[in-house]
Ligand binder design. Structure first.
Ligand code: SF4
Length: 219
């Protein structure tokens, strides 16, 4: 029996007003993400027996506005994606949907980061989002990382100022809570580190451009 089965049972037998969100029931949609026994998990993929505790606590995701019971408002999650520029913009003349071979270098670079299904578990686990709700958070930065490596994407120049702002890459303290809880076994921490490395090249390039144009470069 999973935690989701238990919630359905409680709703049917004890409290028909209990609100919780789920859709696929098989770990595909991520909509049943909640905090179970203090850790972010999908209710449909968590067996009660695996928790090995007599009582099980279930609470809504942290750092999201609460709608009711276990249901949170996912709108801020989408807003963070936009704020970090984590939205695909096709280059002029490029097809938005184009097959990219599984073994090409471009794909291999981001292979470990593309399976995000937007469940929000990482955002809930991120203590930096807890401190600063403007911070874009792990899922948005992970998505931005995949876009920055995507040759079809044409928004890199507009995305860098967003990523280099006060509330993006610089805010991550590398605690890796996101990576620890991600049910898809992604590592947003790793994506953020790689994006930071790229950002150094970007900053050096911009400084060089300033320098050659005769402007003063402050090191
Ligand atoms: S990175 Fe993982 S935990 Fe975060 S939203 Fe995507 S699938 Fe969920």
């Amino acid at each position: 029996m999973t935690v989701l089965d238990a919630l359905v049972e409680i709703q049917r037998e004890q409290d028909p007003t209990l609100a919780f969100r789920y859709s696929c029931r098989v770990g595909m949609c991520g909509s049943c993400a909640v905090v179970i026994n203090g850790r972010e998990r999908w209710a449909c993929r968590t067996l009660l027996a695996s928790l090995k505790t007599e009582a099980v606590t279930v609470r809504p995701l942290y750092h999201f506005p609460l709608i009711r019971d276990l249901v949170v408002d996912m709108a801020p999650f989408a807003a963070k994606m936009k704020a970090a520029g984590a939205v695909f913009v096709a280059k002029e003349g490029e097809e938005a949907f184009a097959p990219i071979g599984r073994n090409v270098k471009e794909r291999r670079q981001i292979d470990g980061a593309i399976e995000c299904i937007g469940c929000g578990a990482c955002l809930s686990a991120c203590t930096m989002v807890g401190w600063n709700e403007q911070y874009a958070g792990p899922a948005a930065l992970n998505r931005a990382f995949t876009l920055m490596a995507d040759s079809r994407d044409g928004a890199g120049a507009e995305r860098w100022p967003l990523l280099l702002s006060e509330d993006a890459l610089v805010r991550c303290h590398g605690q890796a809570n996101c990576t620890e809880v991600c049910p898809m076994e992604l590592s947003p921490t790793d994506s953020i580190l790689k994006l930071r490395r790229k950002s150094i090249f970007q900053l050096v390039r911009s400084a060089h451009r300033l320098d050659t144009s005769g402007a003063t470069v402050v090191a």
